[in-house]
Design a protein around this ligand. Structure first.
Ligand code: NOJ
Length: 584
C-alpha cells in the first residue's frame, strides 16, 4: 500500500502510540528498540491503525523515560541508529502507516550539549541564555529565585556549581531537575527547533506530537509570584484563562507555532502536529487552529468516569470546540502517563481525586493504596474498557490508542519500589507512585523470556498474569480483545464518513446512542442490565448479545436502515443490580 498523499489523513486517523522502550526488543538487552518495532510492522498492519506515534527514542539518560532529550537529531544507541529509524519508517510507509514523532521543546536533558556549555561558561554568558538561569535570593544567593514546585514534586529551581567550584546560579526546571527549561525568548533556541523539525520531516516523518506545548514561553521579568498564587502546577492553567500565568499557556506561545506551521506547510502533504496542552478548554482551540499546530489533545474522556451523561456532555462539547478551531477532535483513554483504562474502569475510586496528587489523574488513589490487583474488578474494567473503546472508535475525529490496550492489558500497580523508574516516584518520596505500571513491556507470547518481548528480560518487571494477555493467546481467538480491536479498526475504515454525529433518543439515561451521517449507529449501555437495540444490522459488539439485547457495559455498532432519530423499542432499564465490592 502506498502512503496517502491526502493532506487531511490525520483528521479521522486511528493513531497507535508506541512507547519504544517497552514495545519489542530485537537485540535482547531488555529495552525495546527500533528494529523491534520494524519486526512488528506486520502486527501493526494487521491491527489496522492509520499511524503510529513514537514516544521519544532520542539519546537520553532516561531520567524521565526519554522526555529528557540529550540530542534531538539522533537515536539513542540503546534503541538503534538513524539507519534503523529510516528502515522502520520505510517499513511502516510500505504498509500505508504514517509516522508521528514526539518533540520535547520545553526542556532538554541536563546532558544536552547546550546545557553542558551553559554550566561551563558561567553567569552572564550567551550559553546560559539558552536556558533560564537566575541568581538566588538571600545574602549569598542561597535561596531559590521563587518557591515554585516542579510538576514532579520538589523545587522547580536547582542550584549549580560554577566553573570555579563556588555555589552559583539556579536554573528553572518545571519537571525533573535533569530537564532544564529552554529560554524561548532566545532566537537560537527557536532556530534550533526549526532545524530539528526539518530534520525529521526530511526523513519522512509525517507529523509531530508536541510535549507540554503550553509551557514554552515564560514571563519571569516581573516579581515572581508565590507558589500558592499559582494554583496547583501541572493541572493546566484553569485559574488563568487570560494568559497571565508566568509559564503556562501564555499567548506568545502561538507565535512559535505559527512559525512551525509555515515550516510544516512547506511539505507535501503538510506535516501534522498535535499539541499536548493541559489548558482551559476555551483556550485549546488556538493550539488546534490551522494557523497553529492543527490539532490538540483533549483528555476529557480519559479523566471521566464510565458514565453516560458525562460521556455525552464531553463528546458534545469537544465536537463543538473542534468546529470552532477548524481541527478535528481527538479522543484518548490511555497513554504512557495514566493508569490503563481497563484498570481504571474496574476501580471503585477511579474518579479524579486532586488531593491524591500526580495532577489528580484517575486511578491514583488505587496506586497509592498499593495498586493491588484484588482491589480491581478486572472483568468489569475490561468490559467497560472494550465498550468505551468501541464507542470512541465510532466518534468523528482521531482516536489515539496506547500500546497494549488492544490486549485489554491491565495496569501493573504493585511494582516494587526498587524496580521503579519514574522520577515522580522518587521526587515525591513515594507520595506519588508514578507511571511505570502502564509502561511495562508488552507480552507477545505466553511463555519464554519476558513473554516474547526480547531475549533477555524486560526493563520493568512483568507479572505472571501478563501471560493471559499475550498477543499469541488472543490471536485468532473469537471474542478476544485483540480481535475486537482488529475488527473494529477494519470496519471503521469501511464505515468512516463525514465528521459529525446525531444523538439518538434512547429513552433512558444510561444508554447512549448516536448516528453518523451514513447510518452508522453506535449504542453504549453504561448500566449493568441489558438494553434493547434499535433495528438494523448488528456489525460488531464489545460483548456477546443476550437474547438480541445489549448487555450492561457494552457497545454495539449497527448499520441503520431507517434514518429516524429515535431508537425505538427501548423500555426503561430495570433497577440496577447491587454493585459488586470493588466495582465503581
Ligand atoms: C508530558 C509527557 O507525556 C510526560 O511523559 C513527560 O514526563 C512530561 N511531558 C515532561 O516532558
Amino acid at each position: 500500500m502506498s502512503i496517502s498523499q491526502d493532506p487531511n489523513w490525520w483528521r479521522q486517523a486511528a493513531v497507535y502510540q508506541i512507547y519504544p522502550r517497552s514495545f519489542a526488543d530485537a537485540d535482547g538487552n531488555g529495552i525495546g528498540d527500533l528494529q523491534g518495532i520494524t519486526s512488528r510492522v506486520p502486527y501493526l498492519n494487521e491491527l489496522g491503525i492509520d499511524a503510529v506515534w513514537l514516544s521519544p527514542f532520542y539519546p537520553s539518560a532516561l531520567a524521565d523515560g526519554g522526555y529528557d532529550v540529550d540530542d534531538y537529531r539522533e537515536v539513542d544507541p540503546k534503541i538503534g541508529t538513524l539507519e534503523d529509524f529510516d528502515e522502520m519508517v520505510a517499513a511502516l510507509h510500505a504498509e500505508g502507516i504514517k509516522v508521528v514523532v514526539d518533540i520535547v521543546p520545553n526542556h532538554s536533558s541536563d546532558r544536552h550539549e547546550w546545557f553542558r556549555q551553559a554550566l561551563a561558561a558561567g553567569p552572564g554568558s550567551p550559553e546560559r541564555e539558552r536556558y533560564i538561569f537566575r541568581d538566588g535570593l538571600g545574602e549569598h544567593g542561597e535561596l531559590p529565585p521563587s518557591d515554585w514546585e516542579s510538576v514532579f514534586g520538589g523545587p522547580a529551581w536547582e542550584r549549580v556549581t560554577e566553573p570555579d567550584g563556588s555555589p552559583g546560579q539556579w536554573y528553572l526546571h518545571l519537571f525533573a531537575k535533569e530537564q532544564p527549561d529552554f529560554n524561548w525568548d532566545n532566537p537560537e533556541v527557536r532556530e534550533d527547533f526549526l532545524t530539528t523539525l526539518r530534520f525529521w520531516s526530511d526523513r519522512g516523518v509525517d507529523g509531530f506530537r508536541i510535549d507540554v506545548a503550553h509551557a514554552l514561553t515564560k514571563n519571569l521579568e516581573e516579581t515572581l509570584p508565590k507558589q500558592a498564587e499559582l494554583g496547583q502546577l501541572g493541572t493546566g492553567a484553569d485559574g488563568f484563562i487570560d494568559g497571565s500565568h508566568p509559564y503556562w499557556d501564555r499567548d506568545e506561545v502561538h507565535e512559535i507555532y505559527a512559525q512551525w506551521r509555515k515550516l510544516f506547510d512547506e511539505y507535501d502533504p503538510p506535516r501534522t502536529a498535535v499539541a499536548e496542552a493541559w489548558v482551559h478548554p476555551e483556550r485549546r482551540a488556538r493550539y488546534a487552529s490551522p494557523e497553529g499546530l492543527g490539532q490538540a489533545f483533549n483528555f476529557d474522556l480519559l479523566m471521566a468516569e464510565f458514565d453516560a451523561g458525562k460521556f455525552q456532555q464531553i463528546i458534545t462539547k469537544n465536537l463543538t470546540e473542534a468546529e470552532t478551531s477548524g481541527a478535528s477532535s481527538t479522543w484518548v483513554f490511555s497513554n504512557h502517563d495514566v493508569v490503563r483504562h481497563a484498570t481504571r474502569f474496574g476501580l471503585s475510586d477511579s474518579t479524579v481525586t486532586p488531593e491524591h496528587g500526580n495532577n489528580g489523574k484517575p486511578g491514583n488513589a488505587w496506586l497509592l493504596n498499593g495498586g493491588h490487583r484484588e482491589d480491581v474488578d478486572v472483568d468489569l474494567g475490561l468490559r467497560r474498557a472494550r465498550a468505551a473503546t468501541l464507542l470512541m472508535l465510532a466518534l468523528p475525529g482521531s482516536s489515539y490508542l496506547y500500546q497494549g490496550e488492544e490486549l485489554g492489558l491491565q495496569e501493573v500497580g504493585d511494582i516494587p519500589a526498587e524496580a521503579r523508574q519514574d522520577p515522580t516516584f522518587f521526587r515525591s518520596r513515594g507520595a506519588e507512585i508514578g507511571r511505570d505500571g502502564c509502561r511495562v513491556p508488552l507480552p507477545w507470547t505466553s511463555a519464554g523470556s519476558s513473554f516474547g518481548f526480547g531475549e533477555d528480560g524486560a526493563h520493568l518487571p512483568q507479572p505472571g498474569w501478563f501471560a493471559d494477555y499475550a498477543v499469541e493467546v488472543q490471536e485468532g481467538q473469537q471474542g478476544s480483545t485483540l480481535e475486537l480491536y482488529r475488527a473494529a479498526l477494519r470496519l471503521r475504515r469501511e464505515l468512516q464518513t463525514e465528521e459529525s454525529l446525531e444523538w439518538l433518543k434512547t429513552g433512558h439515561k444510561d444508554v447512549l446512542a448516536f448516528m453518523r451521517p451514513n447510518g452508522w449507529v453506535t449504542v453504549t449501555n453504561f448500566s449493568d442490565v441489558k438494553a434493547p437495540l434499535p433495528a438494523g444490522e448488528v456489525l460488531l459488539t464489545s460483548a456477546e448479545l443476550n437474547d438480541g439485547m445489549l448487555p450492561g457495559a457494552a457497545t454495539a455498532w449497527i448499520r441503520r436502515t431507517s434514518l429516524d432519530a429515535t431508537v425505538t423499542g427501548m423500555p426503561e432499564p430495570r433497577q440496577r443490580s447491587p454493585k459488586r465490592s470493588g466495582a465503581q
